[in-house]
Ligand binder design. Structure first.
Ligand SMILES: O=C(O)c1cc(=O)[nH]c(=O)n1[C@@H]1O[C@H](COP(=O)(O)O)[C@@H](O)[C@H]1O
Length: 285
């Protein structure tokens, strides 16, 4: 059996070739309505197919938000499966935004769902939540390594409520977020030693302003940093340097509604993503 190319290396190649932008596929009911589509499986299917056809050959990463598919039950999941396969076939990396988190034995089942190449929902990477303890994520971390896939762990999220958990201080004086980031750096050590981007990423909101730099949060995890919050949540690409400092070279800026609101016209979606990619390029260089 051949060893799969690690996710971090595949992501770096995609970022170099296409720019680092991630576009989220978040079929909100309000967006379906704005696009003239029904809030039903047919509308979901049309919305998703339009986004994948417009962007999967262009952007580095597409990030379907599982919740918007789950709300339609098994037929929604079928649309999600198809989107994952079509997007990957067109050359985009698929980051499944599922934010799973559970005890280790259940996490193993989530890993089987998203990180086992035999699964219909197998994705290049998945988002997970570390709030049952970073160690509970071990089955996902191990499954990702075996499959050449990646894991993005919530560290400093874009929403204002996140601070009550993430900024909590542990008995050793470090914050919960810093502990998560340090654990990710350890996971990435082997790939970093070979000079490669690690496969274990952190989620750090683009909305945080200078807070991480002022608090001296160490974002040098040797892996990718997913930065959601651009667009509808108020952040812009121009905010990225002050949030991330020198770690900006590993940032994957993520936008959903800020691009999706330009649909349903495919050319308008492409133009919106291109504008965003250009703004990102201007600040990341
Ligand atoms: O993991 C995520 O993608 C994520 C983490 C975070 O801290 N904040 C955040 O907004 N997200 C997701 O990123 C997307 C943001 O969507 P927009 O606000 O429309 O760009 C949603 O799918 C959120 O679930």
């Amino acid at each position: 059996m051949t060893t799969p190319t690690p996710f971090g290396a595949r992501l770096r190649a995609a970022m170099d070739a296409r720019g680092p932008l991630c576009v989220g596929i978040d079929p909100h009911a309000s967006l379906l309505a704005d696009w003239g589509l029904g809030d039903d499986v047919a509308g979901l299917e049309r919305f998703t197919r339009t986004v994948v056809e417009a962007l999967a050959e262009r952007v580095a990463v597409l990030k379907p938000q599982s919740a918007f598919f789950e709300r339609f039950g098994s037929r929604g999941i079928a649309v999600l499966e198809r989107a994952v396969a079509d997007a990957r076939a067109a050359g985009a990396l698929v980051l499944m935004d599922a934010k799973r988190g559970d005890i280790g034995s259940t996490m193993a089942a989530y890993a089987a769902a998203y990180l086992d190449p035999a699964s219909p929902l197998f994705s290049d990477a998945v988002t997970v939540s570390p709030y049952l303890g970073f160690g509970s994520l071990r089955p996902a971390l191990d499954a990702a390594r075996a499959a050449g896939a990646g894991v993005f762990v919530l560290a400093l999220t874009s929403n204002p409520e996140g601070t009550e958990v993430q900024h909590a201080v542990r008995p050793d004086g470090s914050t919960v977020a810093a502990t998560v980031l340090r654990a990710l750096k350890d996971e990435n050590a082997a790939e970093a030693a070979e000079g490669r981007l690690g496969s274990y990423g952190a989620v750090v909101g683009a909305t945080l302003g200078r807070a991480p730099q002022e608090a001296c949060v160490d974002l040098t995890i040797d892996g990718p940093l997913l930065a959601p919050g651009i667009g509808a949540q108020g952040a812009t690409p121009a905010d990225l340097p002050s949030v991330f400092g020198p770690a900006i070279k590993n940032v994957v800026p993520s936008v959903s509604r800020g691009v999706l609101r330009h649909g349903p016209d495919a050319a308008s979606l492409v133009a919106a993503a291109s504008r965003m990619a250009e703004e990102v390029r201007a600040v990341a260089e």
